[in-house]
Ligand binder design. Sequence first.
Ligand SMILES: Cc1ncc(COP(=O)(O)O)c(C=O)c1O
Length: 393
Amino acid sequence: MIYLDANATTPLLPEVLDAMLPWLREGYHNPNASYRGAKEARKAIDEARARVAALIGADPGEIVFTGGGTESTNMALKWLARLVGRKTGQVITSAIEHSAVLKPVETFEDVGYKVTRVGVDAGGRLDLDELKRACGSAQEGGGFVSLMWANNETGVVQPLAEALEIARVHGLAFYTDAIQAVGKIPVNVRDIPVDFLSLSAHKFHGPKGVGALYIRSGCRFEPMLRGGGQEKDRRSGTENTAGIVGLGVAAEMAAARLVAGENPAALRKAFEEKLVGELDGVTINGDLLHRLPGTSHLSFSGCEAAGLLILLDDLGVACSAGSACMTGKQQPSHVQKAMGFSDAKAKSSLRFGFSCLNTMEEALAAADAVKKAVEKLRRVQGGSTGPVVVYSP
Ligand SMILES: Cc1ncc(COP(=O)(O)O)c(C=O)c1O
């Protein structure tokens, strides 16, 4: 199987698994106890904290370990909503956020918060003029901004620095869901000083169910989970030592890849060039200048993505539909709608996610498989092929 769904999750690196195993066997002690084994677990957690902090340019004290990206996101958003208050509270987010942001924001809206979902251009990048207008209408200190660093469907990297500057002019707190960006592209909270940021280990070859929330030093914060007061009372619950250690090693390895300039961009380039060169009616979606190095979001005219997924599974390629499959019917996702995709285009889109574990042989073999699947489906469905269309910003 050629695994090309790295935006959904990534395999554990062997080094990460090796680092975790001792903490699942003999290192089982509760890190909050006072005997030797417990102190070792505490030390391992603190080392992991330093590694995660180093990956994003933070201080270790600014890192809170959590049960994954969704939890980190909920912690930040629910606190910010409480902080600004529902009477005057304005929530400014985008139309392309992950459901980990969209769903909590819907609950704020239900209880009276004013919510603005800023749109994107055809390349999937945030409309900064619309953001300016939205921030301008919020009362200073009476709202907050929640914007993703990179989109999970298209891989499009957002103009975060510019967006933060706009929010700051209006005195608004700023959270970013950086779950798709961290470990894949440089993310540094000293260069782009957001207030809160979430990351998730399984997106960069760490374990599932463990992540972190960055809370900028000096920012007020009250916990969502209360109990034993772990994580300096910012997230109660006995620490997942093995998971946290795995996150730490994955973070350190991701940082080393970023320094060495190692990323899957060359694989994606070869994959896309082969497809565009050998197949008609292929569209590369998303802003070409601002994409995660491993994400390829493509539309194949005259082909239903649902059928392509089945054929590709048979041919040994794992990827995702670019739209949400609902009870067998393909619906354009909210991201595709925001980018102005027609229903036909949305239905014919696939997302491929390359990681550092893929090879050039796999990229080329996957392109061959996609070509075969598209040609077969077009024969069966009698679909027409259009010209090669490539979005250029
Ligand atoms: C942009 C984005 N936000 C949030 C999440 C949720 O993260 P987790 O799976 O760690 O809960 C994901 C994972 O798919 C994501 O891609």
